[in-house]
Write a protein that binds this ligand. Structure first.
Ligand code: GUN
Length: 295
């Protein structure tokens, strides 16, 4: 079997076109312009790329955006003061603090300080709690992107055996929770594997849908999957740079070998990545509509 390639870049393009129309209509009919702020502390090269992509996409779609690039040695106090100010700024509907933060900053304290109504990342405990009880305001962007990829590619999740590799707060835990909800595009039986799982392959071989967010190249090899599996690869591992300075990326899955057994698989790059940024824009539009009483 050679797999259908699930091109997130194409699905993301389609959703962005829908959002662009919605944003234009919001402006025209209600004079509402969604506003997003991104905050980057330090100079991590991958984070700089992600924040740059978020800013560019916001501009392309007609979202008002502000960007704060703060030095590595920014104090907790100064970062909290900025968040507090942005919480009160009516132009800003969404606040995104790029993770990871430098080690001297308490990440949880910062995430909890963001007004849950402006938490377009969906990381605030209030929004995580709402997700868990099936009443979300904002779904976290990468898991939401994964779920949309499954739905829009016609993958049946109801009753499926889903195995998630990775238990991060950003991907593993929320996607597992979302897919077990009694809802369309969910209703799956979900297993979460992690670094202390005894026999990873025992679990991954049972998967109808395998979602990999392990943060390690080649974490999943062809012998670890069954024929016909649908594979969603969330990994972004940098193997090096080209002569022109472009990043050479690969996922967590041995793509070339696994695609011969899978029925469908996402590539890296061009799979989950473009969906994450698109879902951030979707959440920002939702935040603006909620603030204006339009949702
Ligand atoms: N770092 C890696 N992924 C994300 C994300 O989705 N949001 C934020 N804020 N930081 C990240």
């Amino acid at each position: 079997m050679t797999a259908q390639i699930i091109r997130g870049a194409d699905v993301a393009k389609q959703i962005r076109a829908e959002l662009k129309e919605e944003i234009a209509e919001l402006k025209e009919k209600h004079n509402v312009v969604p506003g997003l702020v991104t905050i980057l502390v330090g100079a991590d090269p991958a984070s700089q790329v992600y924040v740059g992509q978020k800013e560019k996409t916001a501009g392309d779609l007609g979202v008002y955006s502000e960007r704060y690039d703060l030095p590595e040695d920014t104090s907790q106090e100064d970062l909290m003061a900025l968040v507090d100010r942005l919480n009160k700024d009516p132009k800003i509907n969404g606040i995104l603090v790029q993770l990871p933060l430098p080690k001297h900053i308490d990440e949880n304290e910062v995430l909890i300080a963001i007004d849950p109504k402006k938490d377009v990342d969906g990381f605030h405990p209030v929004n995580i709690g709402k997700l868990m009880i099936g009443e979300p305001d904002y779904l976290p962007c990468t898991p939401h992107g994964i779920q949309q990829l499954l739905i829009r590619s016609g993958v049946q999740t109801e009753g499926a055996e889903v195995v998630v590799v990775g238990r991060s707060n950003i991907v593993g835990k929320p996607i597992a929770n979302m897919l077990l909800q009694k809802k369309e595009g969910a209703n799956a039986t979900v297993t979460i594997c992690h670094t202390r799982t005894k026999d990873m392959a025992f679990h991954t071989r049972r998967a109808d849908i395998l979602i990999v967010a392990a943060g390690k190249a080649n974490a999943i090899t062809a012998d670890m999957v069954k024929e016909g599996v649908v594979v969603i690869d969330v990994g972004v591992n940098q193997l090096g740079t080209t002569a022109e300075g472009k990043r050479i990326l690969c996922g967590d899955v041995d793509f070339d070998a696994v695609k011969e057994k899978a029925s469908a698989i996402t590539p890296v790059p061009g799979g989950v990545g473009p969906m994450t940024i698109t879902m951030l824009m979707l959440n920002t539009v939702r935040a603006a509509k909620l603030a204006a009483g339009l949702a």
